[in-house]
Write a protein that binds this ligand. Sequence first.
Ligand code: BG6
Length: 492
Amino acid sequence: MNFPKDFLWGGATAANQFEGGYNEGGKLDSTADHYILGSRKAPRLFTEKIDKAKYSYPSHSASDFYHHYKEDIALMAEMGFKLFRMSINWSRIYPHGDDKVPNPCGIEFYRNVFIELKKYNIEPLVTISHNEMPFHLAKTYDGWLNRKTIQFYLNFCQTIFSEYKGLVKYWLTFNEINCLTQKGTGYFSAGIYSVSNKDLGSGVIENISERNARIQHDDLVKQYQALHHQFIASAKAVKLAHTIDQNYQVGCMIGGICQYPYTCRPEDMLLIQKERRNSLYYCADIQVKGKYPSYSKRFFKENNISIQILEGDEEILKEGTVDFFSMSYYSTGCVTTEKNENLALGNLAFGISNPHLKTSQWGWQIDPNGLRYFLNEIYDRYQLPIMVVENGLGQVDVLEADHTIHDDYRIDYMRQHIKAMSEAIQDGVDLIGYTAWGCIDLVAASTGEMKKRYGMIYVDVDDYGKGSFKRYKKDSFYWYTSVIKSNGNILE
Ligand code: BG6
């Protein structure tokens, strides 16, 4: 294996799926706190009022990292982690989002987490906004649709960049920013309260077309406007980070919407080019190259999208390009101009299924070669260091009577993907880090289920937030420990 000797091995989480501690220490509701439990068949519905008597809200207790962080970090250290990806819950630092002063208790919590990580020489990789924002900003300002939100975000950045100087080096401005190019993600990714559909519907298999029909064209326009505001916020945050600490490295985080043409028809080649640009490259081009890509004009025209870009915005984008590229990668799908309704499932839209691939228990197609292929594509295009900051297998695990968990399926998935990364490195890709998703079990974003487990550490809690919250090491825990110890050589 060819991993560089300082390769950043680790794991990844997100506050709203991992932290729990709902409304503790002065935190108020985030947008994510209003999603109830769903399933592979049923969408996660949004409720305006929290009604615990009727519904289960997975983010409220999640894996309770809020009260277990010391124990969790010690376990990560035991595995040999060099990097831990986590996010800061914005509503813990600025409970309303537009507060004049930050919440000291929230600042203290993350400081303690970073100090604990430092104790073990684990570098934090902090996502500033991972699919949540203070609920008040959504309700009162319509989230990212409102340009004022840029300033609220920058106040938040100013606070965390100054408070955690010396404790953090790597930041990501927005999780899977390109999620907003997909239909029906306005509230989930940008807190746009006025969109017609706030369900997180990716779990619904049969009803995708019905659900899309409920989403109005206006919503898509709102999403692209919100996205523009996020680009401006991200660019300004990059600049701000560098003024506060020259050592700060700020990256983009792009959801790996990786698709193939289903046939070799020339029409399918044109379609894949268009789809890849719109769903994968569009955001990355802006964040890495600092300007709207030439193809965006035609896309906006054909889709009847017009957004407000103010004078000076072009300059801001140019001055705030990111230092490194990061992406999630779970699966691939296909697109075709032919009639084909075999949908492929995934965390994002993947088009139709590929007959050459097997699927996970949740219907996601497993494709390690796709990871090698896309890493090469991305490196060729951007020439920036890359981190794979999410990758893993969501599966039901069995906790045996003796508290062991035999997850050879997860080991197999990870081994294949780590091998694919090693191949990409040999191809010449400057891959600098890998954080396995949900290294300690956490709530699934698309379904809200706890039973869809990704971890190498089992958390004893069910879909309804009931359990002891005790942590148990899975077989993959020991396997990943050896992978890190040998810097990937154990895979040979
Ligand atoms: C990514 C998100 O899209 O996919 C994560 O950034 C999410 O937040 C992950 O958890 C896996 O999806 P799911 O629905 O299985 O949790």
